[in-house]
Design a protein around this ligand. Sequence first.
Ligand code: ADP
Ligand code: CDP
Length: 207
Amino acid sequence: MLNGFTVAIDGPAASGKGTISKAVARHFGFAHLDTGLLYRAVGARVLDGELPEDAARALVPADLEDDRLRSPEVAQEASRVAAVPEVRALLVDFQRSFAARAGGAVLDGRDIGTVICPDAQVKMFVTARADVRARRRFEELRGKGVDTTFEAVLADVEARDARDMGRADAPLRPAPDAVQVDTSNLAIDAAVEAAVALIAEKLPARG
Ligand SMILES: Nc1ncnc2c1ncn2[C@@H]1O[C@H](COP(=O)(O)OP(=O)(O)O)[C@@H](O)[C@H]1O
Ligand SMILES: Nc1ccn([C@@H]2O[C@H](COP(=O)(O)OP(=O)(O)O)[C@@H](O)[C@H]2O)c(=O)n1
């Protein structure tokens, strides 16, 4: 009954998209796709010497399991390859098929509500101040043993935001019908509750 029910969650780097997406997927039993991983996997292949378009064409599911994908170096390369229209075009079908799967789906990224799933039943645009996002990502990376500084993480976040908002193809911006949630002063539980309430309102009546 929920076939094709899609939740689109977009926003800048480390705003909390993934955290909210995972939690609502668990809550409603939806499948979840972190679309950033696709661009990160292309970026990782490019760091290994492939050309962006070849890398996007060669992508296989196992690429998404690579431990390196969460590193700041791969994040930077991901935002570079994400500005290449051919790369974006090669990733569209996979994302749309995922969105159409049985049982409902939540996809998080930059252009889900604007380009990939413009007809999504629920659209959220998650934001937070850059210093707050960088602080959270810094703590997360430090927890994983990555050797970095708050300043370096802030620079990464700001550089990627600028590139993601400034590109011509599918720039990062809220869809006109997206509900904007600023998590700067919102705990994870409260952010998840807001998302759950929003989705519950739009779910088709059961029974
Ligand atoms: N509302 C919040 N309050 C505090 N920390 C948060 C909140 N949302 C996410 N985080 C933390 O911030 C980091 C980035 O969140 P994540 O969901 O990975 O962001 P994104 O998917 O947008 O990059 C994670 O370590 C996560 O646990
Ligand atoms: N739908 C998407 C998802 C990610 N991306 C790109 O991929 C990069 C990494 O995305 P991500 O979601 O994994 O990054 P974080 O927000 O987790 O830091 C972003 O900076 C974007 O350049 C995109 O262009 N479109």
